[in-house]
Design a protein around this ligand. Structure first.
Ligand code: SF4
Ligand code: SF4
Length: 130
């Protein structure tokens, strides 16, 4: 990660088709840990659109202010953050047959380097950064 989707989400499906790496699951997907509530970004897949677009495409498409917000980079520095989030049910990190849980220490993902850490920590609205 990445970006995350909040309770503000109205399940309109504008974001998922825009994602270049199919990282967004709809509210009726069984792999979505928040099934039936809101859409979900898979942090182990999201690359913040690095090498695909200048701004996160999902956030650009979203009509609802505050639905798509910053989360921490999916890097080894935040391995524990994502491991704990997985244990607590906020994330549903993919389990690989031989590699195990695909946490950042197994496979880190790209993130936009110049997003200030305080904006990520406070889960601020993505589009306010552009
Ligand atoms: S930021 Fe880009 S890669 Fe990440 S979920 Fe949104 S559209 Fe997909
Ligand atoms: S575009 Fe925004 S409101 Fe619509 S499903 Fe995605 S996150 Fe939710």
């Amino acid at each position: 990660m990445a970006v995350m989707i909040t309770q503000e989400c109205i399940n309109c499906d504008a974001c998922a088709p825009e994602c270049p790496v199919a990282a967004i699951l709809p509210d009726d997907n069984e792999k979505n840990p928040h099934e039936g509530v809101k859409f979900y970004v898979k942090p182990e897949s999201c690359v913040e659109c690095v090498s695909h677009a200048d701004t996160p495409r999902c956030a650009e498409a979203c009509p609802t202010e505050g639905s798509i917000v910053w989360d921490m980079p999916y890097s080894t520095e935040f391995n524990e953050y994502y491991a704990t989030g997985h244990e607590e049910g906020r994330y549903a990190i993919r389990e690989h047959k031989s590699k195990g849980l695909m946490l950042p220490e197994v496979k880190a993902q790209a993130s936009i380097s110049d997003i200030p850490m305080d904006l990520r920590l406070s889960h601020s609205n993505v589009m306010d950064s552009f």
